[in-house]
Design a protein around this ligand. Structure first.
Ligand SMILES: Cc1cc2nc3c(=O)[nH]c(=O)nc-3n(C[C@H](O)[C@H](O)[C@H](O)COP(=O)(O)OP(=O)(O)OC[C@H]3O[C@@H](n4cnc5c(N)ncnc54)[C@H](O)[C@@H]3O)c2cc1C
Ligand code: SF4
Length: 568
């Protein structure tokens, strides 16, 4: 559909449009406005202002009517709501009628539809990827070769880390490159005990403090953002009034706002990208106003697609034109395919009888982390790739609820400290497969008239074998540490339960086998950039969002450079 209106409607015309205001969209907004571009940020959900829109941030437990529990009747309104949505956080949850989708195969799709997106919900783990990841597909013969290597992204990791504020140790591990770290948060005694056991028994395994997006020692760049030191309240998912952790709301969006170049438009559900057949480029986006349900159009020279991985797939698949009848940029026919995620099925828990004199666990808003050790230097197992493990321990008060009368009352009023407990959770790499895909339902639409997404993605034998190895290896490490009551399980959770869904618009060298080039530009529609999880060629074992940030900053700076050179 040609856009003949671009010169006729200046009020709707911008230099750049960013779709989505979450982790990656916030970075796009910051970089583009910082370079002087008049930028429209379109966000489908409501506005969330830093501090003032965190209604529960400072409530004490007794000020919550149900002491944090979500009543079943309220829970029922939200359908399959995730366990981290409780009384103090349920205002971030979306109702099922907001965006129904079709689970051809079961898929847990967790979304955050408000300004800031999932940057208000995330666990803030920020590990860099390495060449063990970027060289993985070429080495192990799956997916396609990444068009970049670690060296291309390293300066951009540094760039985003300094601004976001990442705490951690310099561990000197080749598979987990060090970054620009603020002081680390300490592990507690039971985690340190496991760390020592692993160091004693294994040459190839380490337990480190997970690098995380918390300000442990504010630098001038953080105070300039109005953010302060993390107070270890571990109430992060309510929204942090100190700006102690990185979110779009505390960091990138207010920074972009201050340039005077950003227009943020909440309640704007992007329907599709408009392709100008005459000019051979995208000219803008179609938006459904969530309040009036009216369709409107906005125009710009460049468009950043940051709706989160599956929504970015949906938007591109729904961007149909004469030139692109199967979705924008989709000459290869691969749009929506090779969806992958992280394998979180393996879990382990145990208790420890040591440290009876240690009574506090330090309220660590991060956790311990065992980087991938399987198949690192050579293929050694009967499955491809490997897994990392998150590790967290603590000690709780427990109430003995046995008995009756005064004795019961006495016991309830005087809870006793239980033993130290520890748990581990798997973060396995899944191998992207063509059959794991999303596509549009040809008949069903949502309340905005946008086609519903069909998810068709399932586990493979590779994933099953990896879970078994995780349970065996973690049980061995926990046993060596003297833990008791060890329980290792395969939860058989759905794909997507990890909330790290990736792919569908993958990067690559060859337009025949990929959608995006090394700059996150659509091979066949150069003024459209996709820099969220949709762009990922493979999944690594590390949490992905820091990598989305680095890709976004890199692509935005490239886009502005190309605009200046009149190449876009
Ligand atoms: C509980 C939890 C823990 C997590 N822990 C970690 C972690 O420790 N480390 C890590 O790296 N990652 C973690 N993640 C994942 C992380 O939150 C995401 O990877 C990250 O937020 C993705 O960034 P994004 O910009 O792609 O998407 P989002 O942050 O989800 O932002 C997308 C935005 O686009 C908007 N949008 C979507 N569709 C449209 C449309 N059609 N029109 C307009 N706007 C649209 C959405 O409303 C949203 O605001 C976690 C997530 C959760 C929920
Ligand atoms: S732990 Fe730190 S980041 Fe989290 S809410 Fe508390 S102060 Fe904020």
């Amino acid at each position: 559909m040609a856009n003949f209106a671009i010169d006729a409607t200046p009020a709707m015309t911008y230099d750049a449009i960013v779709i989505g205001s979450g982790i990656s969209g916030g970075w796009a907004a910051k970089e583009l406005t910082g370079k002087g571009l008049k930028t429209l940020v379109l966000e489908r959900g409501r506005d969330v202002k830093h501090v003032t829109d965190y209604p529960t941030a400072n409530l004490n437990p007794w000020e919550l009517e149900h002491r944090g529990q979500l009543p079943l009747a309220v829970r029922a309104q939200y359908g399959n709501i995730r366990s981290f949505m409780r009384e103090d956080t349920v205002h971030w949850a979306i109702k099922p009628d907001e965006q129904p989708f079709v689970e051809e195969q079961p898929f847990t799709w967790t979304r955050g539809y408000h300004v800031g997106g999932k940057s208000l919900l995330w666990a803030r783990q920020t590990q860099r990827w390495s060449d063990f990841d970027f060289e993985g597909p070429a080495r192990d013969g799956f997916a396609v070769d990444w068009p970049i290597r670690y060296a291309d992204l390293a300066p951009w990791y540094s760039y985003v880390e300094k601004f976001a504020g990442i705490s951690g140790n310099k561990d000197g591990l080749p598979n987990l490159p060090d970054g620009e770290f603020l002081p680390p948060i300490e592990l507690n005694c039971v985690e340190t005990h496991l760390q020592g056991t692993i160091a004693q028994h294994y040459k190839d395994r380490q337990l480190i403090q997970g690098r995380c997006a918390h300000i442990t020692k504010p630098q001038p760049i953080h105070t300039a953002q109005g953010r302060a030191q993390c107070q270890h309240r571990t109430l992060c998912v309510r929204g942090c009034p100190f700006g102690g952790y990185f979110s779009s709301n505390a960091s990138t969006l207010p920074w972009a706002e201050r340039t005077g170049k950003m227009t943020l438009r909440p309640h704007s559900v992007v329907h599709s990208i408009i392709y100008d057949e005459k000019k051979g480029r995208a000219s803008g986006v179609r938006v459904v106003d969530a309040n009036t349900l009216q369709m409107m159009e906005f125009y710009a020279n460049i468009i950043f697609v940051n709706g989160s991985a599956l929504n970015s797939n949906l938007i591109l698949l729904n961007s149909i034109s004469t030139r692109f009848p199967n979705g924008l940029g989709n000459d290869s026919g691969l749009l929506g395919k090779y969806i992958a995620w992280h394998n979180y099925r393996g879990k382990i828990s145990a208790q420890y009888d040591g440290f009876p004199d240690k009574t506090t666990d330090g309220k660590n808003p991060s956790n311990g982390y065992i980087p991938r050790f399987r198949n690192l230097y050579k293929q050694e197992m009967d499955f491809l790739r490997g897994y990392a493990t998150g590790v967290g321990g603590g000690r709780n008060l427990s109430q003995n609820q046995e008995g009756m009368g005064l004795a019961l009352k006495e016991r309830l009023l005087n809870p006793k400290l239980g033993p130290w407990h520890i748990s581990g959770w798997m973060q396995g790499e899944t191998v992207p497969l063509e059959k794991n895909h999303v596509r549009l339902d040809p008949t069903r639409t949502d309340k905005y008239g946008i086609p519903q997404l069909i998810t068709a993605a399932g586990w493979s034998e590779n994933d099953d074998k990896m879970v078994v190895d995780f349970m065996t290896q973690m049980t061995e490490m926990f046993t060596l540490a003297g833990f008791r009551n060890i329980k290792a399980v395969d939860t058989h959770s759905n794909p997507g339960a990890d909330i790290h869904e990736m792919g569908g618009v993958r990067m690559g060298k060859d337009p025949k086998t990929s959608l995006l080039n090394q700059w996150n530009q659509l091979h066949h529609c150069k003024n459209v950039f996709v820099t969220d999880g949709a762009c990922m060629t493979s999944t690594s074992t590390q949490n992905p969002s820091l990598t989305y940030m680095a890709f976004t900053a890199r692509a935005a700076n490239y886009a502005v450079d190309q605009l200046k050179k009149k190449n876009l």
